[in-house]
Design a protein around this ligand. Sequence first.
Ligand code: ADP
Ligand code: ADP
Length: 228
Amino acid sequence: MIPIRLDHVSKTYAAAPEAEPAISADLTIQAGEFFTLLGPSGCGKSTLLRMVAGFVAPTTGSIWFGDREVTRLAPHKRGIGMVFQNYALFPHMTVAENVAYGLKIRRAARESRDSQVAAALSMVGLDGMGSRGIDQLSGGQQQRVALARAVVIQPDLLLLDEPLSNLDAKLREETRTQIREVQETSGTTAVYVTHDQAEAMAISDRIAVLADGRAHQIDEPRRIYRQP
Ligand code: ADP
Ligand code: ADP
């Protein structure tokens, strides 16, 4: 478990000197916290998440994982598991091969891989499904495979970008509960992106309410919507 510090971070896409940043943020995410970036389309959530992942370099400021700066770390040393809106599974691989993928590229020992994959699948309620093909699974099951693939590497940080958007209402609630359980069990710090207020309220320890490229409020769910 590590804290994430966004130290006066901003990202400006346009090169023009007068261009406004797509997002500016100065905040700390506590170790083990489930932290949500909430806001409408275009407010800068994905940009912020991509900077935390190290895919996009900040225009100003810096991002720290504990005492290490993310852009100075090689991608496989960042200790990040990611879950995307569209699952992003490998369609030609089995469930187990998908989950094992991150272990392979990190050169985890072959002998321990199978048991780690089995444990991750069990954590998301997919025991015994390892030999299935991806196209034999429902959308909800596919997102569970993606979650297993993200946590099997025991990441310091779990990043989730609108992971429930492609699921129907019933599955959304089930999968949301499961994501939170897996995060708590694994003890990883999580940063979650959504435009759905109810979802953010239900899953988060703290929420950053983003609009127009900045955080207007950062607080626990029960304090976010309280009238003064
Ligand atoms: P959100 O995830 O909240 O929808 P984004 O981070 O995707 O917001 O986008 C924030 C703003 O930055 C938007 O105005 C968007 O059009 C702009 N933007 C995002 N990515 C790029 C890019 N690669 N090039 C230029 N502008 C971008
Ligand atoms: P999301 O589903 O996260 O909102 P978007 O549709 O905003 O994703 O962005 C999809 C891709 O297009 C991203 O790679 C993003 O960086 C890029 N993008 C978004 N807005 C712009 C923009 N105004 N100009 C150029 N690229 C953009």
